[in-house]
Design a protein around this ligand. Structure first.
Ligand code: BES
Ligand code: MN
Ligand code: ZN
Length: 482
């Protein structure tokens, strides 16, 4: 999607749809007032009114409701622009011109971001889509008070849109294509952005003693990988880094504790936490963030096989703690146990945030719009929650009660990998907490939000959401950049 900022004086070109974004209750006049009255269009958030062949230059005019003027913010501008895009994307027209009711640089730049995010599509495996079904809008022209200032405000947002698209692509790829080594190669290619990427194979992980992570991938013909991504953007390149760790289960069959067939294809998405970490590192590099950051990805495939790990196995993790496997489908925490321990042991970070599509139980707790936040640190939680509100990626803080911790005590080892159905997301988080070694830490269970089908947000097409990239980028920018 090409993005252009122009002033209101710029002429409307041919094949253009004009989207006029209007506040609720703002007076329309003439033809528009009559059209609105004939269709109950009042300017409420999300409403649209399509006027074909209006008077003037535009081929089509879409009124888009933005709700009340008072509450209109950056996310509101994104949603209105995304709604406008959805209304005309396959109309055959080529340009979408967006006219905001308030067009300062931030709002106009966010409108452009809204179109970038809404026009994301994963269509590389379609070979027979008829041309008239394909999106035709190739350019968004956003009218802004000051086109140059808006372009400057848009630069970091363009980096964000690129990163979110990269994350969505990773999550959307089928599991026969995106297995751990291929995933690691794609991350390695991001060195062109200025990131440093190290890839550890099973032999190196063995030497490090990562018996927990390795066990999960043991039944797969694909080799497990641990990827370390570094961005050194702080003025002091030796300053203590911030760190992010992601669950990257490229496919989760459940292993020997195999999942039911129905919906199993969704488990290609079980690497969504790691993909959000990749997206975050992508945007930090893309906008040259003034921070030192580490991203760690634990990449495995969880398969049933003669060589697979079993319920009953006892694993020795890198931390030295032993784990009795009760259910091989509770594999994400086993991957994170070693990845998180390795992260704090090697990098001594200011804090660690892990992201994982960890439990079905978080979907039961929070539904599909909120991710679960678990943390041992109030300041880190507050920073995450603030960023989540600003960016429109909702989180809800969940408890880590010490009295539930004994639910994961084992009869024969230091712990077991499941704590039963009650509070399943909480005991999963308590399990990870046993590997953070007291470092300030937060765990985001994004099983609820990593994908949406169908989506409830105009900037997120159905499928992979990229959830986490925006909120972490915002948190780093607001709280941890020098
Ligand atoms: N990847 C799943 C969690 C998941 C489930 C994500 C549904 C998205 C949608 C995870 O590895 C898993 O299988 N968790 C089990 C844990 C249980 C065996 C303790 C679960 O949630 O059922
Ligand atoms: Mn599982
Ligand atoms: Zn899983």
């Amino acid at each position: 999607m090409e993005i252009e900022f122009v002033t209101a004086k710029a002429a409307v070109a041919g094949k253009t749809a004009v989207a006029r974004i209007v506040f609720e209750g703002a007076g329309l006049d003439g033809q528009l007032a009559r059209a609105a009255a004939a269709s109950r269009f009042t300017g409420q958030k999300g409403q649209t009114l399509d006027i074909l062949a209006p008077e003037g230059e535009a081929a089509r005019l879409v009124l888009v409701g933005a709700g009340k003027a008072e509450g209109f913010d950056a996310v509101g501008a994104e949603h209105a622009a995304a709604t406008a895009y959805a209304a005309v994307k396959a109309s055959g027209l080529e340009v979408l011109r967006i006219e905001l009711p308030k067009a300062d640089a931030q709002l106009a730049a966010h409108a452009a971001l809204g179109v970038r995010l809404a026009s994301y599509r994963f269509d590389k495996y379609r070979t027979k889509e008829p041309a008239e079904k394909k999106p035709s809008i190739g350019k968004a022209q956003v009218v802004a008070d000051d086109a140059d200032a808006t372009l400057a405000a848009f630069t970091p947002l363009a980096a964000l849109a690129d990163a979110v698209s990269f994350t969505r692509d990773l999550v959307s790829e089928p599991p026969n294509v995106l297995y751990p080594a291929e995933y690691a190669r794609r991350v390695k290619a991001l060195e062109s952005l200025g990131l440093e990427v190290e890839v550890l194979g099973e032999a190196e992980m063995e030497t490090l003693g990562m018996g927990s992570l390795i066990a999960v991938g043991q039944g797969s013909v694909r080799e497990s990988q641990l990827v370390v991504i570094r961005w050194n953007g702080a003025a002091d390149t030796s300053a203590q880094p911030v760190a992010f760790v992601g669950k990257g289960v490229c496919f989760d069959t459940g292993g020997i504790s195999i999942k039911p067939a129905d919906g199993m294809e969704d488990m290609k998405w079980d690497m969504g936490g790691s993909a959000a970490v990749v997206g975050l590192m992508h945007v930090l590099a893309g906008r040259k963030a003034k921070v030192n950051a580490i991203g760690i990805l634990g990449l495995v495939e969880n398969m049933p096989d003669g060589a697979a790990y079993r319920p009953g196995d006892v694993l020795t993790s890198m931390s030295g703690q032993t784990i009795e496997v009760i259910n091989t489908d509770a594999e994400g925490r086993l991957v994170l146990a070693d990845a998180v321990w390795y992260c704090q042991d090697r990098f001594k970070p200011k804090f660690m945030v892990d992201l994982a599509t960890l439990t079905g139980a978080i979907i039961i707790s929070l539904g599909n719009d909120y991710g679960g936040l678990f943390s041992n640190n109030d300041e880190l939680s507050a920073n995450l929650l603030a960023a989540s509100v600003t960016e429109g990626e909702p989180l809800w803080r969940m408890p880590l009660p010490a009295q539930y911790d004994r639910n994961i005590d084992s009869m024969i080892a230091d712990m077991k990998n499941t704590g039963g159905r009650p509070g399943g997301s909480i005991t999963a988080a308590l399990f990870i907490q046993r590997f953070v070694n007291g470092v300030p830490w937060a765990h985001l269970d994004i099983a609820s939000t990593a994908w949406k089908k169908p989506s409830s947000v105009p900037t997120i097409p159905d499928g992979a959401t990229g959830f986490g990239v925006r909120l972490l980028n915002r948190m780093v920018a607001d709280a941890y950049e020098a």
